[in-house]
Ligand binder design. Structure first.
Ligand code: ADP
Length: 693
């Protein structure tokens, strides 16, 4: 069961959460204050516009009232004059009459014309001989030929007075004779510039407008940053608004000077006059500038404050998370320690915690030997190289020895995940070692058994091998006997006896070999020629192979070196490999139903390797090879694909151990026709071999 990973975090946690938090942060710190500020601006500038409209309305009403109040006494005066006027009076009398009126200062003059529009008298000077014809003037013409009873007060466009040289507007009413017929016009010339001066005193701002307009669309007086009289304003929004709706607010660019304004126009109820007051929208907006600055700084301040709150909150959360993680780590360490302690109590098990500072035994040491040897191993270069790039737990078998005690240990090295790595290069790891010496001994027994099993298997072949020379001996002996009885010459006997000797030599060689093969493996390594081992192995299994129609072909390179080994063990390995090759061929034949000729190719050669020359023995067959999933496991003890009673699963694992114990390597690959096993052993240099003998 895999160990519970106490330190892992749910996956996919980081990215979404971080994106969400960042989004929230931007919203909180940036968007909310910005939106709030924009909404406030909008509301505020709307309020400013509304305020400007109200102010314009109020001002226009006041100005209209003041204009009406200025006109009312003049009109009363004109009506008064008209009602008491005697059309038959001489001009000088009229002049006297005019003078008797208390003419207000705002009036430049009071004048009277006859029914033809010719001036009769003016309050400015006594009547002279020359005739001033005013019949072309609109304020006179407007009354001529009309019913004087319906004559209203007429307020003219501003004109530059011919006599007064001042801008005036003429307020006129018709005069009637005793029969009620039109008899002339009474004219009051009002100095409109007074009005303008008054407007100016109201401090006209840049872009502000005050306009006094007639319902005819002509400005009587217009004050912006310059003053004008008599302009045609019939297309202006102020005029159109007033004429269409009887007065009211407007927000438009002026057709006269192009300035966009917010304004209000009031229409007089008594006179054909409109008054308009307007403020430029730029001016209105400018009123919000301070407010805007204040809002911006408040929004910025709010953002900064929120940022600080978020930062403080974030670091607090981080701290909390770190503390939590530390707590989890500590808990995990405790649990791990407990689990490891429990494991260390199992007999024959030693658990070590290895850091760059050294190895510490966890739990109570068992009998000490395993711990001691393990500690030495953990300090070795071999172990440090193993640990350098370790990311997954590793399982290894090690032969631990101090010269006196030998322990076969099965070791698991596991890096501590989630923990801080101490130091560079070397990780923090846990090492669990199990003493497998006992099991190995059992295995060794099995190995012996497997050897016996092999022997049993080859017995048939051996019987055949021995039977043949025995037959030859028997025949030679009986021939010799017959020869002697027949008194044949001694040469005959010698040749037969020679034959017998030859055959016994051959037999003793086979039997000698069986002895080598059968003895217990406790002898020392000796320099031996690999070709002897190959020959020996083939002697044991050769007959069997021939019976199975499997050809063995041997090739050898030049200068085959000797190796330091126990010949019987090397033979045992070769026998295993050759028997496996034969089994594979036989199996393939059975599977395919084709009785193809079997071939096992043994090639022996040597090559220079990293640490000196290497002897290489390749055993290649045409048995079809080993499937990938099987190949990974063939060196494991007891792994077999053969039917029960046939395979033990020990051959390759034992072979692997033997070659490894000789400082070499046994490897496998698939060749063109089948499996290729390669034995590599360090070669003995010639002088070493000579010394060792
Ligand atoms: P056994 O021969 O008793 O099964 P081994 O350890 O010698 O045990 O071999 C293990 C397994 O390796 C065999 O069962 C077989 O599946 C496979 N094997 C070994 N040699 C060969 C070979 N030359 N060709 C195909 N498979 C092989």
């Amino acid at each position: 069961m895999p160990a519970p990973d106490l330190l892992s975090r749910p996956e996919g946690w980081g990215f979404n959460r971080v994106t969400l938090m960042l989004g929230g942060l931007v919203l909180l710190v940036g968007v909310i204050p910005l939106v709030a500020a924009l909404v406030l601006f909008q509301l505020h500038s709307q309020t400013e516009v509304e305020k400007a409209e109200i102010a314009a309305h109020r001002m226009a009403t006041l100005l209209m009232r003041s204009f009406e109040q200025a006109v009312e006494p003049i009109d009363a005066l004109l009506q008064n004059f008209a009602s008491g006027h005697d059309t038959t009076a001489a001009p000088y009398q009229i002049y006297e009459q005019l003078k008797d009126f208390n003419v207000p200062a705002s009036l430049v003059q009071l004048a009277v014309t006859d029914k033809n529009g010719v001036m009769v008298a003016t309050s400015l000077a006594p009547p002279g001989p020359e005739k001033v014809d005013l019949s072309d003037r609109e304020h006179i013409r407007v009354h001529m030929g009309k019913d004087p009873a319906k004559g209203q007060l007429f307020i003219s466009k501003p004109v530059l007075g011919r006599v007064s040289k001042k801008y005036t507007i003429q307020l006129t009413r018709p005069l009637t004779d005793a029969h009620g017929e039109f008899a002339g016009v009474v004219v009051a010339s009002y100095a409109i510039s007074d009005f303008i001066d008054f407007y100016k005193q109201l401090r006209i701002e840049d872009g502000e407008l005050i306009a006094l307009m007639g319902t005819d669309g002509i400005a009587r007086a217009r004050a912006t940053n310059k003053t004008s009289f008599g302009d045609d304003v019939s297309t202006s929004p102020a005029f159109i608004a007033a004429m269409q709706q009887g007065g009211g607010t407007y927000r438009q660019a002026s057709t006269i000077d192009g300035v966009e304004r917010v304004g209000y126009t009031v229409r007089s109820g008594k006179y054909p006059i409109l008054v308009s007051v307007a403020y430029s929208t730029d001016f209105v907006r400018a009123q919000t500038a301070d407010f805007k600055a204040a809002i911006w700084s408040t929004a910025a301040g709010l953002s900064i404050a929120l940022l600080v709150v978020v930062a403080v909150g974030g670091s607090y959360l981080n701290l909390q998370k770190r503390l939590e993680a530390q707590e989890v780590q500590a808990l995990a360490r405790q649990r791990e320690a407990k689990v490891l302690d429990a494991i260390s109590r199992v007999p024959g098990v030693s658990v070590m915690h290895v850091t760059p500072d050294g190895a510490t035994e966890i739990g109570s040491p068992p009998d000490g030997a395993l711990g001691c040897l393990l500690r030495t191993y953990l300090g070795s270069r071999r172990f440090r190289t193993l640990v350098e790039d370790l990311s997954e737990p590793r399982h290894i078998n090690e032969h631990l020895s101090d010269g006196e005690t030998d322990i076969e240990a099965e070791i698991v090295v596991a890096p501590l995940q989630g923990m801080d790595r101490g130091g560079l290069g070397v990780q923090e790891v846990v090492v669990v070692a199990v003493d497998q010496t006992q099991r190995r001994m059992e295995e060794n027994k099995l190995y012996q058994m497997s050897k016996l099993a092999s022997l049993g298997e080859v017995a048939t072949g051996l019987a055949h091998e021995i039977n043949q020379p025995l037959g030859v001996i028997r025949l030679a002996a009986s021939n010799a006997l017959t020869g002697m009885k027949m008194g044949l010459p001694p040469e005959h006997l010698v040749s037969k006896l020679d034959r017998i000797v030859q055959q016994t030599v051959r037999m003793s060689r086979i039997i000698d070999h069986m002895r080598i093969f059968g003895r217990k493996s406790d002898e020392h390594l000796q320099p031996s020629g690999p070709l002897d081992a190959v020959e020996g192995a083939l002697q044991v299994v050769g007959a069997h192979l021939r019976l199975d129609n499997v050809e063995v072909r041997t090739t050898q390179g030049p200068d085959i070196p000797k190796v330091l080994c126990r010949q019987d063990q090397l033979e045992q390995v070769l026998i295993n490999l050759v028997q496996n090759a034969r089994d594979a061929i036989v199996e393939r034949r059975a599977r395919s139903g084709q009785d193809f000729p079997g071939l096992i190719h043994l090639s022996i050669g040597s090559e220079p390797g990293k640490a000196g020359r290497v002897l290489r023995i390749r055993v290649e067959d045409n048995g079809g090879g080993i499937p990938d999933d099987v190949r990974e496991r063939i060196f494991q003890p007891f792994f077999t694909t053969k039917p029960p009673g046939k395979g033990t699963g020990l051959g390759l694992s034992v072979s692997f151990g033997i070659i490894r114990d000789h400082g070499g390597a046994l490897s496998v690959e698939n060749g063109a026709g089948g499996a290729v096993f390669t034995i590599e052993l360090p070669a003995l240099e010639e002088e070493q071999a000579a010394k060792a003998v």
